[in-house]
Ligand binder design. Structure first.
Ligand code: NOJ
Length: 534
């Protein structure tokens, strides 16, 4: 059994985390952009839904070139989202409802409008020059090395003011901080303390793999598998020196030690989508520095029973006993799960997410089956999508669909991004009243999960010999045993477990049956997944 659980486990192992992309959640000020008072007005909804914590995307003052991931001041709230008092009110009201609040911490880079960067670029001699990563051109001229930005093009931009290049893992407007400088570390740890003193429950740490780079600035090697013209241009190199440097763990341990000055705080981290399991596991615990390195594999794997089962088995085996799993189906950077798998399979994905071992992380609107919105080219907002066509993240950031009224009840005016076309049927009010809606499926799954020790604390084992296109597993705690069966196909399947007798089917993705079933011959309809108590 997991070591933590013997002692009851920390809060973040018991509830689901819900990601609020604040800009798109609920507008209260009538400017078409979501904000804190808007979010406060929806906290009752989140409590009703049954999640345990909210993670809020960055809300700090920012020129919004990367919609808040370009921070110009770590100690305040951008007026577009409200005020510090509004934030405090949100925190108080969330805590009153037993919802924990996790902030997005963006340590790897600031905005180029941050006063630190302005000072840094003012001159070589500035006290803050070394707070960012500055290099001279190569002797032969040109960029200091071949490192690439995640958002396309070189990771280096020339600055006329100081006549040097600075590095940016993302947009040129997001210069990378120099984490090898102890003053930077000290300043950023104060950021954590500022928000912890206000009472937040932890942080989601952004872009962890970009935090530390090779101290000698060696070129990244070419990627032998790269096919020019196919995929993302940054994949032409293997980012061995520019990303995921082992020194990152010491920085994460610094963060952790600040969190440990307080009680019961979580740090979860955005690590790379491409990490090997070994590298992912290395981010855990006292050495690795994180409570939950986010596991994005359900986003990147093909949605097939064999692939998913094979991954879950390997992940479970790779995790040391102290390490707690987590699963993510979507976020503000990736196509929505219902668009990737289709709406019927999105229900199967929901049942998987909420019945696996570990902490489930839900992206706003996933509980409605929201789809990627169509965004006409002239309305594109995301600079990444504008730089690298096809990579834009606007479709997954469309406004939350609250009701069938104008602008889906998100705002009284035209929202910053168009609402998805299906909002008249896919919205909270409509689905609230539909007994078998996706929303009610999420709610019932979250409720069942909370009450079931087999799900919150139990072990995991997959079944050998499940029917084709099916993934079947056991969750077990003391004498409570569950069988979870997922049908990834549109065709009906029959699960035959000769050594099992009957069980009680307590939840089906179709929300239309609760009954005794014979496990020697359990019929699953197309796109059906279910939970059976033994
Ligand atoms: C990862 C965030 O999830 C993404 O939205 C952002 O653009 C980059 N980090 C840069 O901060």
């Amino acid at each position: 059994m997991n070591d933590y659980l013997k002692e009851g486990g920390p809060w973040w192992q018991r509830g689901a985390i819900y990601q609020v992309y604040l800009r798109s959640f609920k507008d209260s000020q009538g400017n078409g952009i979501g904000d804190f008072p808007g979010m406060v007005s929806k906290l009752d909804y989140l409590a009703w839904l049954g999640v345990g914590a909210v993670w809020i995307s960055p809300f700090y003052p920012s020129p919004m070139v990367d919609f808040g991931y370009d921070v110009a001041d770590y100690f305040d709230v951008d007026p577009v989202f409200g005020t510090l008092e509004d934030f405090d009110e949100l925190l108080r009201r969330a805590h009153d409802l037993s919802l924990r609040v996790i902030l997005d911490f963006v340590p790897s880079h600031t905005s180029n409008q941050h006063p630190w960067f302005m000072e840094s670029r003012s001159s070589h001699a500035s006290a803050k020059h070394d707070w960012y990563i500055w290099r001279d051109p190569r002797r032969s001229g040109g960029h200091p090395n071949n490192w690439l930005s995640n958002f396309g093009g070189s990771a280096w931009t020339w600055d006329d003011q100081v006549s040097r290049y600075y590095m940016h893992s993302f947009l040129p407007e997001q210069p990378d901080l120099n984490w090898r400088n102890p003053e930077v570390r000290g300043a950023m740890l104060e950021v954590l303390r500022f928000w912890l003193d206000r009472g937040v429950d932890g942080f989601r740490i952004d872009a962890i793999v970009a935090l530390m780079k090779d101290a000698q600035f060696r070129d990244d090697p070419p990627n032998p598998n790269y096919v020019p013209g196919k995929g993302h241009p940054r994949d032409s190199l293997l980012h061995h020196h520019s990303q995921n440097h082992p020194d990152v763990h010491a920085v994460l341990r610094n963060f952790r030690s600040v969190l440990d000055e307080y009680q019961d705080k979580i740090n979860l981290g955005e690590v790379s989508y491409r990490l090997s399991l070994d590298d992912l596991v290395a981010y855990y615990g006292k050495d690795g520095g994180l409570d939950l390195p986010m596991n994005f594999k359900l986003i990147t794997l093909p949605w097939e029973a064999v692939a998913v089962r094979e991954f879950v088995d390997r992940y479970e085996q790779a995790l040391p006993s102290f390490a707690w799993p987590n699963y993510v189906l979507g976020n503000h950077d990736q196509s929505r799960v219902a668009s990737r798998t289709g709406s019927a399979q999105a229900r199967v994905a929901a049942l998987l997410l909420l019945t696996m071992r570990g902490t489930p992380i839900i992206y706003y609107g996933e509980e409605l089956g929201m789809l990627d919105a169509d965004i006409p080219t002239h309305m594109l907002q995301d600079p990444y999508g504008i730089r690298v066509p096809g990579q834009g993240r606007d479709p997954v950031r469309s406004p939350m669909q609250w009701n069938a009224e104008a602008h889906a009840g998100f705002s009284e005016v035209e929202p910053w991004l168009p609402v998805a076309a299906n909002y008249q049927t896919v919205n909270v009010v409509t689905q609230h009243d539909e007994a078998t809606s996706m929303l009610n499926l999420y709610r019932q799954l979250l409720k069942y999960r909370k009450e079931s020790q087999a799900l919150t604390m139990g072990s995991y084992r997959s079944l050998e010999g499940a029917p084709e296109d099916c993934f079947v597993y056991f969750r077990e705690f003391e004498n409570r045993r569950l069988v979870i069966a997922l049908n990834f196909s549109a065709k009906g399947k029959v699960l035959r477990m000769e050594d099992q007798a009957s069980g009680r089917l307590v939840l089906s993705t179709h929300l239309d049956r609760e009954e005794l079933v014979d496990l020697r011959s359990l019929h699953l309809r197309g796109h059906e997944a279910c939970v059976v108590e033994l």
